[in-house]
Design a protein around this ligand. Structure first.
Ligand code: HEC
Length: 161
């Protein structure tokens, strides 16, 4: 065997095994990714507001929103409902932060942005309670970046094991 032939053999041998190694690494990276814990991800089902906050929100809602969206949040002549199937479907898969931004930027329709962040967060807490999402021990944040980490999920997830 001359040198040239020997080199060829080595290349032939190592080429497939290189592919195997690369494939193995890629596979394990994918597996790691799939297994990454979702521990810090929260949804509206995790008790993200308090009952007291919802009560505060209720009185602001009645002053600022009910004229159009109705006392029971079921909507009015021109304003859409803020509870029920259609509302939940609109926001399903988005975040509480998206809903917060929507309220901050466009509501009350006659004077968007007039309310404080605290008032908007309180109204949002009230809306969550009317939509039967459970209350918890901490109040809803006032920052949309933090609220963006709370997923809006219409359907209650299966209990965690
Ligand atoms: C003057 C009437 C009026 C008032 C007051 C009002 N809204 Fe609205 N709201 C509307 C109308 C009309 C729409 C639909 C058109 C639009 O998006 O602008 C709407 C849309 C919305 C939506 C989007 C609903 C969806 O599923 O897409 C939300 C959320 C909302 N309003 C919340 C509020 C909150 C909270 C308040 C009180 C701070 C409020 N609105 C006050 C008229 C009003």
């Amino acid at each position: 065997m001359n040198i040239r032939q020997r080199t060829m053999t080595t290349v032939k041998l190592t080429y497939p095994s290189t592919i195997l190694v690369v494939a193995a690494i890629a596979t394990s990276l994918c597996l790691l990714r799939a297994q990454a814990p979702a521990a810090d991800s929260r949804s509206v089902w995790d008790g993200v507001y308090t009952e007291e906050q919802a009560k505060r929100g209720e009185s602001v809602y009645h002053k600022e929103c009910a004229a159009c969206h109705g006392d029971m949040l079921i909507g009015g002549e021109s304003a859409p409902p803020l509870t029920g199937g259609a509302f939940l479907a609109n926001w399903n898969g988005l975040s509480v932060g998206d809903l917060f931004d929507r309220i901050r930027k466009t509501m009350p329709q006659s004077a968007p942005g007039r309310l404080t962040r605290q008032q908007d967060a309180d109204i949002l807490a009230f809306m969550l309670s009317v939509n039967k999402f459970p209350a918890g021990k901490t109040e809803l944040y006032r920052q949309s970046e933090m609220l963006k980490e709370i997923r809006f999920e219409a359907a209650k997830p299966a209990p965690k094991k």
